[in-house]
Design a binder for this molecule. Structure first.
Ligand code: NAP
Length: 252
């Protein structure tokens, strides 16, 4: 694939959940496009180190931070550390996500709380910590990863889709709150993308989703990362409060 060029040259980014999958692809893409990148993970230390080595191999700085995104205090700590060690913060990409599926009549309180804590509160935590830095410098890019299922609902995913729909509404409100400070807030909503999260789906559900995709194939993490890099760059300076589906036409 052709490279995007130095879209975010000299910028500093945080990508949550960037040890694997879509987050990993976003962290690598932002580095390839010229940014220093702080990566975050909860359990996959070796995978996170491998991403960091690749970023440093591109001549960019990288910070690796282990933190559960559902902790408000840890989010503030990570942003403070990034500003101290990488000099500033320009781009916040919230991506870390999990699923704990179950039909609504069987969903437990624990399944509900775990997914909302990581997939919705985790996004609030990192945006809330980053925004004072952005307001101070009157510059910032927030890109939140939701899902097309946050726009339409999905069988057995009431917790996950509530979080994803919440991310979309939350990001639109942030766009309104922060527009006068030159801070762009947007959402990327992927369809079915080839990561471990999708490998874990049962074959029947995966097949059903695959058949919905107009382009006839599951997307690659890098195809999401390309759009995130664009939205995180000044080429998207007049775009805010938007949700861009990267789904091969799956939701159309
Ligand atoms: P994935 O392959 O399962 O990777 C998830 C990433 O999030 C890992 O790096 C994981 O790190 C991290 N993570 C999970 N819980 C965390 C926590 N509590 N704190 C910090 N990091 C945590 O998932 P993915 O498919 O790349 O999904 C990434 C995002 O895209 C999610 O928000 C997901 O909902 C969304 N999405 C995915 C698809 C898809 O088809 N794949 C479609 C639509 C939307 P550790 O391994 O260290 O825990």
């Amino acid at each position: 694939m052709a490279t995007l060029g130095k879209l975010v040259e000299g910028k500093v980014a945080i990508v949550t959940g960037s040890s694997r999958g879509i987050g990993r692809a976003i962290a690598l893409k932002l580095a390839e496009c010229g940014a220093d990148v702080a990566i975050n993970y909860s359990k996959s230390a070796d995978a996170a180190k491998e991403v960091a080595a690749q970023i440093e191999g591109m001549g960019r700085k990288c910070l690796v931070v282990q933190a559960d995104v559902s902790s408000f205090a840890d989010a503030q700590k990570m942003v403070d550390e990034v500003v101290e060690k990488l000099g500033t913060l320009d781009i916040m990409v919230c991506n870390a996500g999990i699923n704990k599926d179950g039909v609504i009549w069987k969903m437990t309180e624990e399944q509900w709380d775990q997914v909302i804590d990581v997939n919705l509160k985790g996004y609030f935590n990192y945006c809330r910590a980053a925004i004072p830095v952005f307001r101070e410098k009157q510059y910032g890019k927030i890109v939140n990863i939701a899902s097309i299922n946050g726009l339409r609902g999905k069988f057995g995913q009431s917790n996950y889709t509530a979080a994803k729909g919440g991310i979309i509404a939350f990001t639109k409100t942030m766009a309104r709150d922060l527009g006068n400070k030159n801070i762009n807030c947007n959402v990327v909503a992927p369809g079915l993308i080839a990561t471990e999260m999708v490998q874990a789906m049962d074959e029947e559900a995966k097949d059903k989703s695959r058949k919905e995709i107009i382009l006839g194939r599951i997307g690659e993490p890098e195809e999401v990362a390309n759009v995130v890099a664009f939205l995180a760059s000044d080429f998207a300076s007049h775009i805010t409060g938007q949700t861009l589906n990267v789904d091969g036409g799956q939701l159309m």
